[in-house]
Design a protein around this ligand. Structure first.
Ligand SMILES: Nc1ncnc2c1ncn2[C@@H]1O[C@H](COP(=O)(O)OP(=O)(O)OP(=O)(O)O)[C@@H](O)[C@H]1O
Ligand SMILES: [Mg+2]
Length: 581
């Protein structure tokens, strides 16, 4: 549950481990505002270009110990491919995608390294977070002298559309990486990316879309009950939320988070498909296996061209430098597809470059851009969103001039489209503010249905026979889903949101175990129904057996904005047990 940082914590450090790029930012807890937010030192890529984010790539040694992260991991892997292969180094990229759709993610879930070896997702992600943690500590120490991980409130960002199970998994991984611990859970906050951005909106003053406009603050942010849509488009995730400021400056959620797996990476995937079309899927497959690091270099080259503004120039040809090994492959295949497109669209230049017209480049963006626009259009038609007049566009992919133009063209007639100058760092900056003032968000719309298991007196014909059991001579039906909160309900956060009373099944029971579930079906009846995910459990003790079955346990769920805490309290003894289920 998001709680105010305790007094002895000195810094907030937000770690944004993205699917494609990562970074961190920090700020002394006592200082207010955005001016005191510091970023990591710039990272330097192969061409000496400095960037605020580094690729989310990890290189592990054969014994699974850490070797390098980010550009360094890429450079080492691409520069010493044979050594990496012989030495059994393991290279991981885009590994966070494993958490996107896996409802059953757990500590045993594995991720494939580029050589095909399977390693636990928990190890890969915790090692990456641990690297960013150590980097952050190093930088803060240069400014403040001695400081330890225990002096810090750690904020980890997660896409809002992730399943509750995946969000919980990130908390477990944080502990594994040495951020907080199960005994000290309040030292870690899990921040939903669009909510983190929302925390920043009041501090945003310069916008790409409205250069020189200082009135935005007055016209938009200072007006209570103005509904905003935050559209966060990263490497693989589109997260959309709608919030409003209340009279007292607090934030309430107007619509639950929606989104899908759309993001910048899908442009790269389209480029891969184009290469397959041009040079043969089978050949590409072999090439990737034979020259994995050259392949990585080719994709990095595409990545930098994809970010360029030349794409807007209709007459431009965009040159993508090819590794020599790739040129050899290309020369062997002599693709008929290339002839079909014609030299104005695609050609090989000087045996060194693949030259694509800006039109061809744009086509690589089209499917993902269309999906994003379609999602937003459908959403904005909903009656609950009729008051939305402002759309914030943020996230790394929102830095694409092509995407910006498309969104503005589509939506600027009906909406004010605001693109802050810090698009790609908005998440991490917002997460720092979220850490400093988590109480800014006061009301949320619950995106999933939550509940716990329970047993009730058996009613023949109503409950299935196979769920019948006997407790102290009374027939019961077990495995029922006791609804706590239904999808789309508005709840006030950091308050005891939903409570349910349980009695003990047997007079001699001294312990009672509650399991908590998220359900995609708001009307689910049993914990075995489809779409049910177990989130965790809480065990409470109830020692006063002399009261027999006449003992009540109060089970509550608190919504912390991002996470849920479950509490079971034995009313007679006062014994309490809490957990992030
Ligand atoms: N100027 C640009 N033009 C086009 N694409 C860009 C530009 N800048 C960044 N991107 C794309 O944005 C994506 C990275 O965005 P971001 O750093 O927000 O993602 P992430 O945090 O790794 O992903 P996620 O939030 O989905 O886990 C990459 O696909 C990158 O190619
Ligand atoms: Mg991100």
């Amino acid at each position: 549950m998001a709680q105010q940082a305790s007094d002895d914590l000195r810094f907030v450090v937000a770690i944004d481990l993205g699917t494609t790029y990562s970074c961190y930012a920090f700020s002394p807890i006592k200082d207010q505002g955005r001016d005191s937010i510091f970023m990591n030192r710039d990272w330097t890529n192969d061409d000496g270009v400095r960037t605020s984010k580094t690729p989310t790539c990890l290189l592990l040694k054969s014994d699974l110990s850490f070797d390098s992260f980010g550009y360094e991991a890429v450079q080492k892997y691409t520069g010493h491919q044979d050594k990496c292969r012989k030495g059994g180094y393991l290279f991981f990229q885009h590994f966070k995608m494993a958490l996107h759709s896996d409802e059953t993610i757990n500590t045993e879930t594995t991720i494939k390294a580029s050589n095909g070896q399977l390693v636990k997702a928990k190890t890969v992600i915790a090692t990456s977070i641990n690297f960013l943690k150590k980097e952050a500590l190093k930088v803060i120490r240069t400014q403040t002298g001695d400081i330890s991980a225990n002096d810090i409130l750690w904020v980890l960002t997660v896409p809002a559309i992730w399943t509750p199970r995946a969000k919980q998994f990130m908390r477990e991984v944080a502990y594994e990486a040495g951020l907080g611990s199960p005994d000290n859970p309040n030292q870690v906050l899990i921040a939903l990316e669009p909510e983190a951005i929302f925390c920043l909106t009041k501090d945003m003053s310069t916008f790409k879309s409205e250069p020189g406009c200082i009135s935005v603050k007055r016209q938009v942010f200072s007006q209570p009950n103005t509904h905003f849509m935050v559209v966060d488009i990263g490497g693989t995730t589109l997260d959309v939320t709608v919030h409003a400021f209340k009279e007292d400056g607090a934030i309430k959620e107007i619509h639950k988070v929606t989104g899908s797996h759309y993001g910048g990476i899908y442009v790269n995937q389209r480029f891969e498909s184009l290469l397959e079309e041009l040079f043969g899927a089978q050949e590409l497959q072999t090439y990737r296996k034979q020259f994995p690091s050259h392949w990585l270099r080719l994709m990095s080259e595409f990545e930098s061209k994809k970010r360029g503004e030349r794409i807007l120039d209709d007459t431009a040809m965009i040159n993508i430098r090819l590794p020599r090994s790739f040129v050899r492959l290309v020369n062997q295949t002599r693709s008929p597809a290339m002839a079909r497109y014609g030299e104005k669209e695609v050609k090989l230049e000087d045996e060194e470059y693949l030259s694509l017209s800006s039109g061809m480049m744009k086509k690589l963006f089209t499917p993902v851009m269309e999906s994003i626009k379609k999602h937003l259009k459908t959403l904005l038609k909903k009656p609950q969103l009729s008051e939305v007049k402002t759309i914030f566009l943020v996230g790394g992919f929102a830095d694409s001039v092509l995407l910006q133009n498309e969104i503005e063209r589509e939506f600027s007639k009906g909406f004010r489209v605001l693109i802050p100058n810090c698009v790609s760092l908005a998440v991490v900056h917002g997460a720092v503010i979220f850490g400093k003032e988590p109480s800014k968000i006061t009301e949320i719309v619950v995106g999933t249905t939550y509940g716990a298991n329970c047993a009730r007196d058996f009613i023949p014909g109503v409950y299935p026979e196979e769920k019948k059991f006997s407790a102290d001579g009374i027939e019961k039906c077990g495995g029922l889903f006791n609804l706590f909160v239904k999808q789309n309900a508005v709840v006030r956060i950091r308050e005891k949101t939903v409570t349910s009373k349980y009695t003990l099944l047997r007079a001699t029971d001294t312990e009672i175990n509650f399991s908590f579930y998220a359900s995609t079906n708001p009307d689910a009846k049993y914990i075995t129904d489809p779409g049910m995910t177990k989130l965790g459990s809480v065990m409470d003790t109830s020692p006063d057996t002399w009261r027999g079955k006449d003992r009540e346990i109060e089970v509550s769920m608190y919504f912390g904005g991002t996470e849920i805490t479950a509490t079971a309290r034995d009313i007679s003894s006062g014994n309490v047990c809490s957990n992030h289920p």
